[in-house]
Design a protein. Structure first.
Length: 309
């Protein structure tokens, strides 16, 4: 029994590593590898497995794809759509297949470790309760990690947005077009906002309409300020309003919102400092202030207490 549990844990850990490795796979290289394989079969005149392809590409990743499809078949469509949207907003840190595989493995690894640890000592009610708790923790951890990635990326976009709009406004007022100004911002800055702008510009270069590319830019990030900025640009383009004037108004609004967010965080600072003060600083101050007094009282009452005893 213990050997079987150890084997299951080994397989689960291997799936975790492989799912994480799948994040850095290049889809272009995968497509070229498939074309080379079909070309080799056509020229050779015989079909069969090409052993020059790595084992993970021939066996492991197809198994993971099949496993993820079976998981997606039993999951609610609303939950799948929400997970896809969260992955997009998070910048696609991994594929949907990798995330579902990681989720399944996290649900099974922790309980498997507990079963392995308790195989010799038997199963009790407390261990069963702890097993259920580990299953819940393993199921929640990937979701929490994904939400943290979404919030961290949105925060970076929100911090970079006012300066980026100022730069776009300056470029447009200097005589550049809107596309050239956005391209200049994408070249001069770094971070998720520059990556999203570069993707929108690539879509426009391939023939997509500007308003559609900008609208998808706002939806991919999920940042309310960026969505309102994109809608203002689309409306100005449709109504024939001056882009420079619209950009100046949006830049002023972004700076005002940034100042309001800073003031809000400053107002929240005293409330957030209450818990460290109560739990960490006040006990240390009490020990430092009252410690010598308590020692003096103990030394003064020591002879009286011993004599009275």
């Amino acid at each position: 029994m213990a050997a079987l549990i150890a084997l299951l844990i080994f397989v689960a850990v291997t799936l975790i590593v492989l799912s994480l490795m799948g994040e850095w796979r290049n889809p272009v290289q995968d497509r070229l590898q498939g074309l080379r394989q079909r070309l080799t079969i056509t020229e050779g005149g015989q079909e069969g497995p090409d052993f020059t392809i790595p084992f993970t590409d021939r066996v492991v990743f197809p198994l993971l794809d099949g496993l993820s499809r079976r998981i997606m078949a039993v999951m609610p469509p609303g939950l799948l759509a929400q997970l896809r949207q969260m992955l997009i907003v998070a910048g696609n840190p991994m594929s949907m297949t990798g995330f579902l595989t990681l989720w399944l493995v996290m649900v099974t690894v922790f309980p498997g470790m507990l079963l392995l640890a308790s195989a010799a000592g038997g199963i009790s009610a407390s261990k069963v309760l702890f097993l259920v708790l580990l299953i819940l923790v393993g199921g929640v951890m990937p979701i929490l990690w994904l939400r943290s990635s979404v919030q961290r990326r949105q925060s970076r976009i929100l911090r970079a947005l006012p300066d980026a709009i100022d730069l776009v406004t300056t470029c447009v007022e200097a005589g550049l077009g809107l596309d050239a100004a956005l391209g200049r911002v994408a070249q001069r800055t770094k971070g998720p906002l520059a990556e999203e702008l570069s993707q929108a510009l690539r879509e426009m270069a391939m023939g997509r309409m500007r308003r559609d590319a900008l609208r998808d830019l706002g939806q991919r990030t999920g940042v309310a300020d960026l969505i309102s900025f994109v809608h203002a640009l689309i409306q100005a383009e449709q109504l024939g309003v001056s882009i420079g004037q619209t950009l100046r108004v949006q830049a002023d609004q972004m700076r005002m919102r940034r100042r309001q967010r800073a003031e809000q965080q400053a107002y929240q600072a005293p409330v957030k400092m209450v818990f460290p003060l109560v739990l960490l600083i006040f006990p240390a101050l009490i020990v430092v202030i009252l410690g010598p007094a308590i020692l003096t009282i103990v030394e003064s009452l020591g002879p009286a207490l011993s004599g009275g005893g």
